[in-house]
Design a protein around this ligand. Structure first.
Ligand SMILES: [Zn+2]
Ligand SMILES: [Zn+2]
Length: 578
């Protein structure tokens, strides 16, 4: 919708003006106009046609002219000029958690910092704390935010790399010369971000495979092409390394190139103790010089006296010790997942109708779906009032009665307001089977205030799940300043589940945090937060996080059969009321 595009343009103008140190009233006018555009339910283009746009409250003639300009031309000249004036590297500073436009401007003017590299240098020299109002603590938290962002440089989100890798894989597997092909590397381990793509191919005819690869239209240029390895750069800048091995060496190569390096190193020293040496070519018995060629990864690990270690666990964080004692977790898998507890319908900012959701979920083998539309204060996302929720739930009941698809559970994603109260009254929440409480505003508040809001939500008797707990957007926005240890402690104590939001640009909680939460006795919920039925497939990304986090089905709320789930959800309210 054009309203949201204009809202984004206005808040960018406000940021740029703030950076320039312009009149605060002017800046505030843009911010307020952005909020108004976000909250408005009528298409502003139609108001431009009728001329009503200048009658909107808070929209003066200058703003009305810019809205009209955008509706007619798709751009705002004033914004383009500001962008020219202020280099984007400077505005990049504002992507670091803890740095707003005003601080970015001060960093530029007072310390001469013009980009992220400059910021990194200034932090290393502890120069930020020289600024008025900035102490060592703020400096440290900015340094942490920058470090997290740096993790994304030259890497891209898993889902982008995975879809390209799958396309390549399908092509390779269709070749008669290829007997086996698998994705290896960090994609196979389901890391959140991926540096490059590794694929292992078994073939007796590397020349043909090389030729095939170098002629693909998705390939921009060939970096290296030999008989054992072909490296290509795809359009868009993703590098793919394809290893070409003989069929008998396939498993050892697949294992080797799956990594992680830390896992492989630890495994090699374990093997040496047993008189074996491991390489990408196979396992060699040091005494007899005999080469062992495992036919599967199960066999590979068995040769080392270990049970099979799933790729997601291969990070040298205790998996080898656990495998040697036969104590690896029984990781949660797709077949364990009975439902999705966080889906938006077209009643709020989702696209799909309730009926479409029920049918699509059933096609994916899900038994139930909680419809958790936004609550009223979230105007940007068509948040629902109590009356609208009642009307929606009446339709949910009709669809359930007709037995269409998966069972729909009436739910809500209620906003945790700035003061820690919830956006809907208790009697409205009580009527919903699934209540997710989420932070959507005030994400840059101080730790104490954020924690006070989350604590109040978790202690609320009708809140079942905390949605996307840290608020991060991969590569775009760092996590809020949340005390994760404390979050987990309260979640476990109150019986509130923490979400693993499976949306590929969130993955929130992270795998490490999920592992910590489960170890502390908290429950997790792997939710897609789908806004359209195709996004129900995000479940696989959430599962990747859960498996990297060593989660067993028991820790995951949505592995329960419907009756057990309802019982566990109801317990929260009962327990806290009594
Ligand atoms: Zn949300
Ligand atoms: Zn949501």
């Amino acid at each position: 919708m054009i309203n949201l595009e204009i809202a984004a343009a206005f808040s960018e103008i406000a940021d740029l003006l703030e950076f320039k140190g312009e009149n605060p009233f002017k800046i505030r006018a843009y911010r307020r106009a952005a909020q108004l555009m976000e909250a408005m339910t009528t298409d502003v283009a139609s108001l431009v046609e009728t001329g009503e746009v200048s009658q909107l409250e808070g929209i003066g003639s200058a703003l009305a002219a810019k809205i009209t300009e955008y509706v007619h031309t798709g751009k705002i000249q004033a914004l383009d000029e500001l962008r020219q004036e202020i280099p984007s590297s400077l505005m990049e500073l504002t992507r670091v958690p803890g740095i707003g436009p005003r601080l970015a401007a001060r960093l530029f003017r007072e310390l001469g910092i013009r980009d992220l590299a400059g910021l990194e240098e200034a932090l290393a020299q502890q120069r930020l704390r020289g600024l008025k109002g900035i102490g060592p603590k703020t400096e440290a938290s900015i340094a942490l935010g920058l470090k997290e962002m740096a993790g994304y440089r030259d890497r891209r989100p898993l889902h982008e790399a995975l879809s390209l890798a799958n396309e390549l894989l399908r092509g390779l597997r269709s070749l008669p010369e290829v007997s086996r092909a698998e994705i290896a590397g960090s994609i196979r381990r389901r890391r959140e971000t991926v540096g490059d793509v590794d694929i292992v191919v078994a073939t007796e005819d590397p020349g043909s495979v090389r030729q095939y690869l170098t002629r693909l239209t998705m390939v921009e240029r060939v970096l290296a092409g030999g008989d054992t390895k072909v490296s290509v750069m795809l359009h868009g800048g993703l590098q793919v390394d394809v290893r070409l091995v003989t069929p008998t060496a396939f498993i050892s190569a697949l294992h080797h190139f799956t990594g992680s390096q830390a896992h492989n190193v630890a495994l090699r020293s374990l093997a040496l103790e047993k008189g074996l040496s491991i390489s990408e070519y196979g396992i060699l018995c040091q005494e007899t010089r005999e080469r062992l060629e495992p036919a599967s990864e199960e066999e590979f690990y068995a040769m080392l006296g270990l049970t099979y270690i799933p790729p997601e666990l291969r990070e040298d964080t205790g998996e080898i010790q656990a495998a040697s004692k036969g104590r690896l977790p029984r990781l949660v898998s797709r077949g364990d997942i009975m439902g999705d507890l966080h889906v938006h319908s077209d009643w709020s900012d989702g696209v799909a109708t309730l009926e479409e959701i029920a049918r699509s979920a059933a096609q994916r083998g899900l038994r139930y779906v909680a419809i958790c539309d936004h609550s009223q204060s979230l105007g940007i996302a068509g948040g629902l009032t109590p009356e609208q929720l009642d009307a929606r739930d009446a339709e949910i009941a009709r669809i359930n009665d007709r037995g269409i698809g998966a069972r729909l559970l009436p739910g809500v994603e209620v906003d945790i307001l700035s003061d820690g109260s919830l956006d809907l009254p208790d009697e409205v929440l009580r009527k919903r089977t699934v209540v997710i409480a989420s932070l959507h505003s005030g994400l840059r508040q101080e730790r104490a205030q954020l924690m006070q809001r989350l604590k109040a939500a978790m202690e609320h008797p009708y809140v079942h799940i905390i949605g996307h707990p840290t608020g991060r957007l991969l590569g775009r926005r760092g996590p809020s300043d949340i005390d994760v240890d404390e979050l987990i402690r309260i979640a476990a104590a109150t019986g509130t589940a923490l979400e693993i939001n499976a949306s590929p640009d969130r993955l929130d909680l992270s795998a490490e945090q999920a592992r910590q939460a489960a170890a502390a006795g908290a429950f997790l919920a792997i939710n897609t937060d789908a806004h359209d039925v195709s996004e129900l497939d995000y479940l696989d990304y959430g599962l990747g996080v859960a498996r990297r986090g060593w989660l067993e089905p028991d820790s995951v709320l949505n592995t329960r059969a419907l009756d057990d789930l309802l019982e566990q959800l109801a317990q929260k309210g009962d327990g806290q009321r009594g």
